[in-house]
Design a protein around this ligand. Sequence first.
Ligand SMILES: *Cc1c(COP(=O)(O)O)cnc(C)c1O
Length: 373
Amino acid sequence: MTRMPPVPRPGILEIAAYVGGEAKLGGHNRVIKLSSNEGALGPSPLAVAAYEAEKGEIHRYPDGGAAELRAAIGAAWGLDPERIVCGAGSDDLLCLLAQAYGGPGTETIVTEHAFAMHPIYARYAGSTVVTAAERGLTADVDAMLACVSPRTTLVLLANPNNPTGTMLPWEEVRRLRRGLPEHVLLVLDAAYAEYLDDPRCSAAIELVDEAGANTVMTRTFSKIYGLGGLRLGWAYAPAAIVDVLNRIRSPFNASRPAQAAAIAALADVRHVEASRAHNARWRRWLVEALAAHGIPVHGTEGNFVLADFAAAGRDAAAADAALRARGIIVRPMGGYGLPGCLRITIGTGEEMAAVAEAVAAFMSGTAGERARA
Ligand SMILES: *Cc1c(COP(=O)(O)O)cnc(C)c1O
């Protein structure tokens, strides 16, 4: 008998596993974690209470159809609950869409500095990933349309995009949709929608409604709602795509405590408003603090900034080390092909002050050497 271990489908072992934001630093009991774009104010206390109230019921399966949660999402944003599908984070839904509408022999278009999971899910599906160049770190509709071939079935676009923080104007997204063949599915990943001036993301919703049953919007409870640890996202999609997602998703992909917490989070409008105002205020503050040292930022549409240390003539890896020496974890961008940049999540006012102080020390050349034990 020859020894032959099982092998995964072709292509799987060519996928480089996603590296999440780090959470721990040796030598620091308390770290300032600004590496994963988690909402600065955390979850609503009402969401925490709803989560805790479920503890006597966790032996019970959740409602697999998440009816109450879909009704709450529908009521919050003026959407038909029948056109909503929930999942274990929007990641779950992005993965299902990539598999259902991609596959061997097809091509999926992603942007140059796309959210890292977009190409991973496309590769997992067996699709060929076609990367469209950006212009000024922003998605470029003409470049995306130039990538279309007879094999194209899927386009993934995060708007605003992470990690660049840049946003394609919705008029341009419409132009993209008009330029794509009707049978190509366009997925608008709107993980940061709630930080926009229009937190409903009406332009994306209109596209889903009008485009011709070929456009989907995904959303998440991981960012402004501060529930990343519970894993909950949703998609708003045409009926035929809702049907597809419901056929292939795992039956209980949104846990009982997650559904309860999300319903409460949606109801706590004041907490969401406070989170949005906090983000706008401290994002502006951080941008100015960085600018004072000649460090430009790229996009500022989400709850993070992409700070370009290279543009200020400084080494981003050295800046990262200086921040780490003070217990501050941000996201290095080498894996995204942006080695001169660091992505910094907007945290509390105290955390932002600590970042500004660390950056000031680094830029004046006094950081690093003064290691704090
Ligand atoms: C954070 C993020 C997600 C994933 O969110 P989950 O709902 O936690 O899976 C998806 N897309 C983008 C662009 C993100 O930044």
